[in-house]
Design a protein around this ligand. Structure first.
Ligand SMILES: *Cc1c(COP(=O)(O)O)cnc(C)c1O
Length: 456
């Protein structure tokens, strides 16, 4: 089921030309990943199939794209996945997809590069200085930055430095912010694994300034606020927000660390309940920690942002070396910060008319029906925020075959239908996904080999 099954067809007069195909955006993108020669030979194969009338001329493009998508299997056991779930950040399929600029930067950095070397003087230079400068430029004046492996590493390193390493091992944290993120990963357990102790304040639904004031003492390393990324407590609730916590921490000379989770650097109107680094730092937080591959839309990374003196202490902790990031991560992160709008941002802010148009294109190509579809931010962000969009409804039994196909297409099964939500599909993905659906339809059609096998 790996080939996007050719359908017998037409004469060969209108086979698309190689140069025209090579110039199209999706082939340019493929060439970036696989090289010009590979792309050219795949196109030539598809043209040859059309000359033999194994496929029709208007299938050459999709057939070549389909073959290119499968090519990535040669070098890695990872399989390419098309995300038709409508969930923008999905941990199981790699969270944020990188922008073209970030992919290019990773490729450049994959070889020898000046990650820690000053070409002008021939001396050693600060690792990832361009990435750190890009972060500083996007944040309030006087903010310093450090990049580690992921959000969990950022938090563990801050706890190791500012609590355990300072001889004041207690971290004050609201009971309502004792979060389990996913796959059994619990923030309190992570923190305690460093040797720090958690001093709980408040109750599940409510915490007050006075709770924090009472909890702070001789042993307090810092006060931590964690954004409950993946759930909402509703009803009789109250949490102490950053400005009020600053009012508690400053007089006691205790650092305030805020784990904002998703890595928004600035506020986003679409996500009114998601904290962002700029607002949090302006409100007086001493350090902010965040992930690189959630709403920031970059590579897996952990950001530690804030007061230069504190960031410097964290940087000098011996564990910082154990958590440092690869040169390709630094490159991708810098490109994400400086470059084009990220695929994550585009999927979140996708225009309804354009999504509907894309869904219609897909439906027309595969004989499905366009239906409204509810997407989600996912990845532990903005729980409960509806993201209305459009999907193509297909028979439910397509779902397994699409997921197991190559490339894999992951949809959503809802009320007995397989929905392919187009929110997270780029325009150039549509012909590839169409080809995959057509292939599955051919296999599951009554009388096909698969259908016969399944019935016996
Ligand atoms: C996701 C998340 C983390 C963990 O970040 P990773 O980059 O997945 O390690 C920590 N805290 C919060 C609030 C999060 O949302």
């Amino acid at each position: 089921m790996n080939d996007c099954a050719p359908v017998q067809g037409d004469p060969r007069r209108s086979i698309p030309r190689t140069d025209a195909l090579l110039a199209a955006a999706e082939f340019v993108a493929a060439a970036r990943l696989l090289g010009d020669q590979t792309v050219k030979s795949v196109i030539n194969d598809a043209q040859a199939q059309a000359r033999r009338a194994a496929i029709s001329p208007d299938q050459v493009r999709a057939s070549a794209l389909c073959a290119l998508a499968a090519r990535t299997r040669n070098s890695t056991s990872l399989r390419r996945v098309f995300n038709a779930t409508g969930v923008v950040l999905h941990t199981n399929i790699g969270r944020a997809p990188l922008s073209g600029a970030a992919r290019d930067a990773m490729t450049l950095a994959a070889g020898y590069c000046d990650v820690e070397f000053d070409l002008a003087t021939g001396r050693r230079a600060r690792r990832g200085r361009g990435t750190l400068a890009a972060l500083r430029d996007l944040l309030p004046d006087g903010t310093e930055a450090l990049v580690v492996n992921n959000g969990a590493a950022a938090l563990a390193l801050v706890a190791s430095t500012l609590a355990v390493g300072s001889g004041r091992p207690e971290i004050v944290l609201s009971r309502g912010e004792m979060v389990e993120i996913g796959d059994g990963f619990r923030i309190p357990e992570l923190i305690e694994s460093t040797g720090a102790r958690i001093r709980e304040v408040g109750t599940t639904n409510r915490a007050h300034v006075a709770d924090y004031e009472r909890a702070i003492g001789q042993d307090t390393g810092f006060v931590l606020k964690v954004h409950p990324s993946n759930f909402r407590v509703e009803g009789f609730t109250s949490a102490v927000e950053v400005p009020a916590l600053v009012g508690v921490c400053r007089p006691a000379a205790i650092p305030l660390v805020v784990d904002i989770g998703s890595g928004l650097l600035r506020a986003d109107d679409l996500l009114p309940d998601e904290p962002d680094a700029t607002t949090t730092l302006r409100a007086g937080a001493d350090l902010v920690t965040a992930s690189g591959d959630k709403l920031l839309g970059g590579p897996q990374a952990g950001l530690i942002l804030g007061k230069p003196l504190l960031v410097d202490r964290v940087r000098r902790h011996p564990l910082a070396r154990a958590m440092r990031v690869d040169k390709t991560t630094l490159a991708a992160l810098e490109a994400t910060l400086l470059g084009e709008v990220t695929p994550t941002y585009r999927a979140l802010h996708a225009d309804s008319h354009q999504m509907r148009f894309r869904a219609q294109q897909l439906a027309d190509a595969v004989g499905g029906r366009v239906v409204p579809s509810q997407g989600a931010v996912g990845g532990g962000g903005a729980p409960g925020l509806p993201l209305p969009g459009w999907a193509v409804a297909l028979p439910q039994e397509y779902a397994d075959a699409l997921r197991q196909g190559d490339p894999a297409v992951i949809g959503r099964t809802e009320a007995g239908v397989c929905l392919l939500d187009v929110r997270c599909l780029a325009p150039e993905d549509v012909p590839i996904v169409s080809a995959a659906v057509v292939a599955v339809a051919a296999l599951t059609a009554p009388g096909s080999a698969t259908a016969r096998r399944n019935n016996t």
